[in-house]
Design a protein around this ligand. Sequence first.
Ligand code: AMP
Ligand code: MG
Length: 477
Amino acid sequence: MLHFDNRFARLPGHFYTRQPPQGIPDPHWVSVNRDAAALLDLDAADFDSPALLAALSGNTVLPGSEPLAMIYSGHQFGHYNPQLGDGRGLLIGEVNGTHGRFDLHLKGAGMTPYSRQGDGRAVLRSSIREYLASEALHALGIPTTRALAITGSHLPVYREEVETAAIVTRLARTHIRFGHFEFFFYTKQHDALKQLADHAIALYFPEFAGQPDQYALFLQQVTHRTASLIAHWQAYGFAHGVLNTDNMSILGETFDFGPYGFLDDYEPGFICNHSDHAGRYAFDQQPGIGLWNLNAFAHALSPLIAIEDLKRILGEYQAVLTQRYATLMRARLGFQQEDAGDQQLLADWLDLMAESKVDYTQCFRSLCDDNQHASLRNDFVQREAFDHWLTRYRARREQEAGSVDEHRMAMQRTNPQYILRNYLAQQAIEKAGHGDFSEVDRLLAVLKNPFDERPGFEAYAEPPPSWGKELQISCSS
Ligand code: AMP
Ligand code: MG
């Protein structure tokens, strides 16, 4: 069914603890993501077979799978925590298929030596949130881990309330986090640190292997990818919520979804994580936090890289991020060419949007279509300032080749109609709690094609109703 070639499991035992999953009783499918299944060469018949359900609910181990809990540590909310690791998830192996290699990870598969106070479980609510978000980001062109399926059970799990257990099967190019390197650095196991860096280079950056400055080149790649990732989040209004170094992938993919949130109203200081009282991980703090996290990562690599190189490479972060963000936002404004005034035009637009707290996604979508500019104007408090900006904008757009219709269509391919708003996820979660998973699938289908208007799905593009603006999402998952 799946062809495993588990390269992480070939590393020596100090990188992980091998153990089978603790399954969930009487499991059922909550949702299956056919696109991700295709990446693994799985088809519908595989999901009809009890064997795959049993394996992805942690009740059996597939032939070739070598489940293990990885060891890592990391900085959480700015403080070093030496005791992390897979506390409720297991890497069950690396699949090598016709579409390349993917790590498979079962999130919520029971206690491990790294569970600390936790119960090793994930609840249905947070599993649906991870599942939907990773697919939503992917469809927007944002690097991310993927999700293959959710399995559910009646097993009770105790959080603020009693919930039920679920398991997400996560797909990722790697499960190696910044925190892996921090663990071996802070425990002074520098041979293991080097071994892990060599492993990461051999698997993910083979072109650097054996070069005299291979570790510096590795850090540079991680730095550039992280900068690019965060530029994407800022461009599309995604707040991760828990940007601890143990939630940072070395391949620059969005990793570990907790209390994340997409912006509804444009509020740069938006804090999606209810437990983040100081706003350390507020939306507009993410670019700075990305660099903070890279500093922690670079520090962990300091036995392998000269200090001048560390500094030089970290010094490249800001420029990569700014340039990537500028390119993405130019596209959102409908500009293919670069113009010296674009940065100011964008800054003024964002200021206007923030002042009026307009819906971030809808506002850009309406800007695509000249016929909607009149109604868009009504969303702004400062109408004259809006008019003035729109005049400048249209003049700038004239410089671009193509007809008004062509501009509209190009912009609609980069400005989504649908995003994963918290209230939409909440509606799907509530129904799922009553055993009706249809809304999870429906929402998934909408989010997979975020740029295409779908007749009958107008409601999915709407800003949240008042109850949906006040949803409080915390870390407990
Ligand atoms: P997270 O906030 O999900 O990124 O998790 C941070 C750390 O806590 C990781 O080491 C997780 O494995 C661990 N963890 C989170 N939730 C649980 C849980 N319910 N049981 C055991 N460990 C957990
Ligand atoms: Mg995590």
